[in-house]
Design a protein around this ligand. Sequence first.
Ligand SMILES: COc1ccc(S(=O)(=O)N2Cc3cc(C#N)ccc3N(Cc3cncn3C)C[C@H]2Cc2ccccc2)cc1
Ligand SMILES: [Zn+2]
Length: 325
Amino acid sequence: MARGHSELTRQIYGERFPQRKDYGKNDDNFEFGMTDYLRISGMYWGLTALELLNQTHSTSQEEIVAYVKNCQDPESGGISACFGHDPHLLHTLSAVQILAMYDKLDAIDTEGVVKYVTALQQPDGSFTGDKWGEVDTRFSFCAVATLSLLKRLDAIDVDNAVKFVESCMNFDGGFGSRPLSESHAGLIYCCLGFLSVTNRLDIVKRDVLAWWLCERQLPSGGLNGRPEKLPDVCYSWWVLSSLTLLGRLHWISGEKLKKFILACQDTESGGFSDRPGDVPDPYHSVFGLAALSLLGQPEIKTVNPTYCMPQHVIDRMQLTPQILR
Ligand SMILES: COc1ccc(S(=O)(=O)N2Cc3cc(C#N)ccc3N(Cc3cncn3C)C[C@H]2Cc2ccccc2)cc1
Ligand SMILES: [Zn+2]
C-alpha cells in the first residue's frame, strides 16, 4: 500500500518539507503565484485526496469555505480559481464539490451558481466553459455535475444537452470534445459521467466502448489515454471510472495497474506523479488514490466513480447517479 498517509499530507501542505513544492499557505512563494489559475481546483484535488485517506487537514474548514466564498462572482454567480480571475465552469464545479464534501453549500449563493451554469447552455444543447465561448463535452459534465450537487438539474434543457453529447459519440464507441473530435479517455469519462448523472447510459455502445477502454492497458500495467500514447496515472482514473460506470472494470488487470500506480508514488513525499520517477503533484495524487480506491484498496475510502468524491458524501446527499451492473 501507498507509504504513510501523513507523507501525502505533507506533500500537499509542504509543512515538513519547506524546500519542497509548498502548496500551503505561503502565498508569496513562486509556486503559489504560478498556480493561481488552478487554485480552487488544486484545493479540490488536495482535499479530496485527504478525505479519501481519512485525514483531517491542517487548514480549517472555515478558512477553506471562506476562500471558496470569496471566489464567487456576485454579478454572474460563477466561481473562479482565484479571487480576481474570471469565473469558469471547471472551477465552479471544484468549488461546489469542496462545499458538498463539507456540507457547507449554504455558504455560497447557490441560485447564483444555477444562473451562471444555465446561462452557458447553447441552442444546440452544448455548454461553453465560460463567457469566452469554448464548447467542450468536459463542460457538459461540469454543468450537470454542478447542478445535480445543488439538486437543480431542472434548470437546464437536459434532453438537448444529451443530444449534443450523443452527437460527439464516435464509431469506436468513444467520445471527443465536440462532434467528430477524436476519442480520448478523459472526454469519455466526462461524457459517461454526464450520462450517469442524467440517467442516459442507455445510449452508449457498452461493449464496443469497454473494449476500447481496456485496450488502454499497456505491458507496464499502466493505462494511456489514446492509442500509441504513454501511460499516465491520471488515465488510471479516467479509464477505470469509465469501465466502472459500464460494469466492465474486470476487463483490465487490476493487479498490474496497481503495481504501476504504486511505482508512481514518490517514496520521499508520498505524492503521486504521472509516471515513475517524475515530480508528484496533487492532481496525480488524487487520481492515483481514486483509482486505487476503485481497485478496492482497503486503506482508501470508497470513491464515487461519477463525481470523483467520497461515496459517503454522495450517499449523505441522496444522489443516485446511474451505473451499469
Ligand atoms: C504542469 O503542467 C500543467 C499543465 C496543465 C495543467 S491544467 O490545465 O490545470 N490541468 C490539470 C493538471 C494539474 C496538475 C497539477 N497539480 C498537473 C497536470 C495537469 N494537467 C496536465 C497533465 C496531466 N497529465 C498529463 N498532463 C500534461 C491536466 C490539465 C487539464 C485538466 C484540467 C482540469 C481537470 C482535468 C484536466 C496544470 C499543470
Ligand atoms: Zn496525467
